[in-house]
Design a protein around this ligand. Sequence first.
Ligand SMILES: NC(=O)c1ccc[n+]([C@@H]2O[C@H](COP(=O)([O-])OP(=O)(O)OC[C@H]3O[C@@H](n4cnc5c(N)ncnc54)[C@H](OP(=O)(O)O)[C@@H]3O)[C@@H](O)[C@H]2O)c1
Length: 331
Amino acid sequence: MSSVTSRAIHIAQHGGPEQLQLVQVIVGEPGPGEVRIRHHAVGLNFIDVYQRSGLYPMNLPVQLGMEAAGVIEAVGEGVSHLKVGDRAAYASQPPGSYCEVRVMPAKCVCKLPDGISFETGAAMMLKGLTAQYLLKRTLPQGGLQAGDFVLFHAAAGGVGLIACQWAKALGLRLIATAGSEEKCALALANGAEHAINYRAEDFAARVKEITGGKGVKVVYDSVGKDTWDKSLDCLAPFGLMASFGNASGPVAPFSPGILGTKGSIYVTRQTLFTHIATRESTQAMADDLFDMVLSGKVKIHIAQRYALEDVQQAHKDLEARLTTGCTILTL
Ligand SMILES: NC(=O)c1ccc[n+]([C@@H]2O[C@H](COP(=O)([O-])OP(=O)(O)OC[C@H]3O[C@@H](n4cnc5c(N)ncnc54)[C@H](OP(=O)(O)O)[C@@H]3O)[C@@H](O)[C@H]2O)c1
């Protein structure tokens, strides 16, 4: 039996943050196509909340967490892109990153460039690869060109602040929404051209005003239930509604007829895991992200740090909209 042990966070049933329990686990040797990685830092993501609550049902018990960075400690048969001692980071299925050391499929684990710290790597992989596929691969008919308006909800959050900077680097005119004046200021400081406090203002009316009545080419919407209807009203004809999350709850079923009356618009629901389904696509997207971070065009803001054993508080704060930028769990 393996003598490697780890502190880890498990849930035995779905529910509130109190379900997150610190346990001690035995970690085995990597099998074919797997690596064992010793984490230096772990990323917190909103998907962890969905998996904990049961919005995304899981086979239980389960070790949560989808993002981390650390050092490769053992390599299974057939893994050629990583070796023992490599610095590495990942956003990946299956969950299990809330721990000190784990065994996992190597496919989504990427070598971390020397110029990027473990904490930054842990904070940015899931959120940065998401910003990458949204702005570079989730496009309206004819693509996005410099000067085009896009609307990005929850723009002061983890994915949001990365997207603000990346959009600016692409020459896009990003209109941000966020839940307070302070969060709006943060989005503006990170490259948004306009910011709307959607808890205080009618964001659809403001978007119409900002775009001279034309609307935006894409709405990137991770808020879901609360923003869906008005987001459709923000789109230019043939625009794209890119839904990628449900922080306020899932979007209600709707009739496709509405897409016609709103201007022959398109709707898509995207998930990162389709984009990183292969080693090649994961590496290509990660290389793009690493370039943006190493060039300084995208800065990763780690605004909150919690010890692994304080993960319940981290979940409470994320759900209560008290966080900005990225959050990591320290070990
Ligand atoms: N599909 C994918 O591939 C993919 C990948 C990564 C992330 N996501 C989604 O993208 C979103 C952002 O992820 P993240 O980890 O970076 O989280 P985050 O943006 O740091 O946190 C979520 C934010 O959503 C906003 N929000 C609006 N209504 C809310 C409500 N009722 N309850 C809680 N939050 C609410 C809050 O910002 P304000 O206070 O400013 O409103 C909150 O800070 C999440 O919905 C996540 O599921 C999807």
